[in-house]
Design a protein around this ligand. Structure first.
Ligand code: PEP
Ligand code: MG
Length: 581
């Protein structure tokens, strides 16, 4: 048994057999050979190196003729890497000293190199990492391996991978995949958000561990506490099975308050809305008693699709959400593509700092045709429900005005075409960049509502990449600087009488939710699965409890002090929630 610690992403525990999936979609589990077969295995590897070299040579010649020397040179470099004697020594040593199969020897050594290149972080070094994976693939194919291209399994499995993109996560086969665990990643990445949306237990940012996994191993992924247990013994397995049972009876108890309001004991009403990525999450919204959709991340329609979704396809998705919510409000956020959410149809050139690059509203404004298509679909669907439009990552007033101007033009076009469109669709913006907070007095005069996106606000305030496991400990919603920015935004909105909500993941953690209520927030939007817990917390405190929590938290000067205070005060207010599983 081996226990590892990572970042808890999605509440839930998964117990199952491992299914290793690497970025390219093939999996090499640790496998060993009889020690008597070591020299046969070495010869097998030598033959594969020769065969792979021949294939690369062929690719080099063909591509030099058909495309040009610059592409031929890539295969030449791959060939050089393949024939590097120091790599051969490492492979042969693993076979000779540890009796590993040739496949595992190749994969473990090259994975290490690829990771080292990726860690350097520059675009050029990431390219080198891809080169290493290409050489690995060629060599594995030469060994007669059959790289598989999907997470195929016919039993409940826990996917293990170096990393998963948000769209890979969204496309996991839910019939068999019961959880996942990755070496890389941060707790507020979009991959983590998708996991929560799918209610898939997950732990990310565990660090290198895939090389320790043996074929057919069992694993426990504890998405509550970020624990990962490899080859658990029966005692531990029993303990976790009991926890799962206790958890489900707790969930049943919470379902009893589904139709009751989220109202503090002294009668302050809080609206609980849901964050969704896909129309089929509406069912989960209803099951959890969501009073509307506070954030529909529409970009997920683009992810994983090779072609751009047409206006009609988008209209159908928005129409479905609008009608199935039966008149409840739905805040439809326009495309937030870029950074870790890259649509294949408009994939940009690799950027040095993609989170600071052509992302979100910047990308939509740079691709007006794409943006207009989406706006047309939204305005048409707005005839069928209470749809509201929200622009993401607004950083300057100019961006907001340009986006609004495009929206007006699209509305005029539709009107000219005779298409019926509602005249008063509310338009709001996300507050997720410090500049938006600092200039909110101005922004607020030009929007109908704002929603604070704490996931990005934390990242941009503290200069901490939300997807990077190496700085995950610095990513803190309770940092005093972040709290001040949230408070400032809420105050400006409340003074101006403009609706303000929080739709970042902070809303989904009961202690943060109470803190936000204490700061004056009356609308929280969180993944559907988190709503019952948040409602329970709100219903069991008074507004004064929340206000005291907020005013005290805002006095501290370090994140550690705020965290300690929040934890202990929350435990006093709601001890049953802390003792729960
Ligand atoms: C946020 O940044 O808080 C947010 C809700 O947007 P996303 O997580 O999709 O970036
Ligand atoms: Mg955001």
């Amino acid at each position: 048994m081996l226990e590892l610690q990572g970042i808890a992403v999605s509440p839930g525990v998964a117990i199952g057999k491992v299914l290793i999936l690497d970025r390219e979609g093939y999996r090499i589990t640790r496998s060993q050979i009889d020690s008597a077969d070591r020299s046969k295995e070495t010869q097998r590897l030598q033959a594969a190196i020769a065969e792979a070299s021949k294939r690369l040579d062929q690719h080099r010649q063909n591509s030099t003729i058909t495309i040009g020397e610059h592409v031929g040179a890539i295969f030449s470099a791959h060939q050089q890497m393949l024939l590097d004697p120091s790599l051969h020594n490492e492979w042969f040593r693993l076979i000779d000293e540890h009796c590993y199969s040739a496949e595992f020897a190749i994969s473990s050594v090259l994975t290490r190199y690829a990771q080292a290149f990726r860690r350097i972080g520059s675009a050029m070094m990431r390219e080198r990492a891809s080169d290493v994976r290409d050489v690995e693939r060629t060599l594995l194919e030469a060994l007669g391996g059959q790289p598989t291209s999907s997470t195929t399994s016919n039993q409940p499995s826990v996917v293990l991978s170096h990393d998963l993109t948000p769209s890979e996560t969204a496309n996991l086969d839910r019939k068999f995949v019961i959880g996942f665990c990755t070496e890389a990643g941060g707790g507020s990445s979009h991959t983590a958000i998708v996991a929560r949306g799918l209610e898939l237990p997950a732990v990310v940012g565990v660090g290198p561990f895939l090389h320790r996994i043996e074929k057919d191993s069992w694993i426990i992924v504890d998405g509550f506490h970020g624990r990962v247990i490899l080859q658990p013994n029966t005692e531990v397995l029993d303990e976790f099975r009991q926890r799962i049972a206790a958890r489900s009876s707790n969930a049943e108890r919470l379902s009893e308050i589904r139709d009751l309001p989220a109202e503090t004991q002294d009668g302050i009403r809080v609206s609980l809305l849901a964050n969704i990525e896909f129309p089929n999450e509406i069912e989960a919204c209803k099951q959890r008693g969501a009073e509307g959709v506070g954030l529909y991340r529409t970009e997920f329609l683009y992810l994983g699709s090779k072609t751009e979704p047409t206006e009609e396809q988008q209209y159908e998705a928005y129409f479905r959400v609008a009608t199935e919510m039966h008149g409840l409000p739905v805040v439809l956020r326009t495309l937030d593509l870029g950074a870790d959410k890259v649509a294949q149809s408009i994939a940009a050139d690799p950027e040095m700092n993609p989170f600071l690059g052509l992302r979100s509203i910047r990308l939509s404004l740079r691709h007006p045709k794409l943006f207009r298509t989406q706006l047309r679909a939204i305005l048409r669907a707005a005839n069928h429900g209470d749809l509201r439009i929200m622009f993401p990552m607004i950083t300057t007033l100019h961006e907001l005005r340009t986006a609004r101007m495009l929206l007006r033009q699209v509305a005029d076009d539709l009107a000219e075409e005779g298409a019926p469109i509602p005249s008063n669709v509310p338009v709001g913006m996300m507050v997720e960049v410090p500049s938006a907070v600092l200039m909110l007095e101005h922004f607020i005069q030009e929007v109908d509502f704002i929603s604070i996106g704490t996931n990005d606000l934390i990242q941009y305030t503290l200069a901490v990449d939300r997807c990077n496991e190496f700085v995950a400990d610095l990513y803190a919603g309770h940092d005093p600087a972040v709290l001040k920015l949230i408070k400032q935004s809420v105050d400006v909105a409340n003074q101006r009488g403009v609706e303000v909500s929080v739709c970042g993941e902070m809303s989904s953690t009961p202690s943060y939710a109470l803190l936000l209520v204490g700061m004056g927030v009356r609308t929280l939007s969180a993944p559907p699965a988190a709503l019952p817990q948040v409602k329970h917390a709100v219903r069991n405190v008074t507004l004064e409890d929340c206000q005291q929590l907020a005013s005290r938290a805002l006095e501290f000067s370090t994140a550690r002090e705020v965290e300690g205070f929040l934890q202990s005060r929350f435990a006093e207010l709601l001890p049953e929630m802390v003792l729960g599983v």
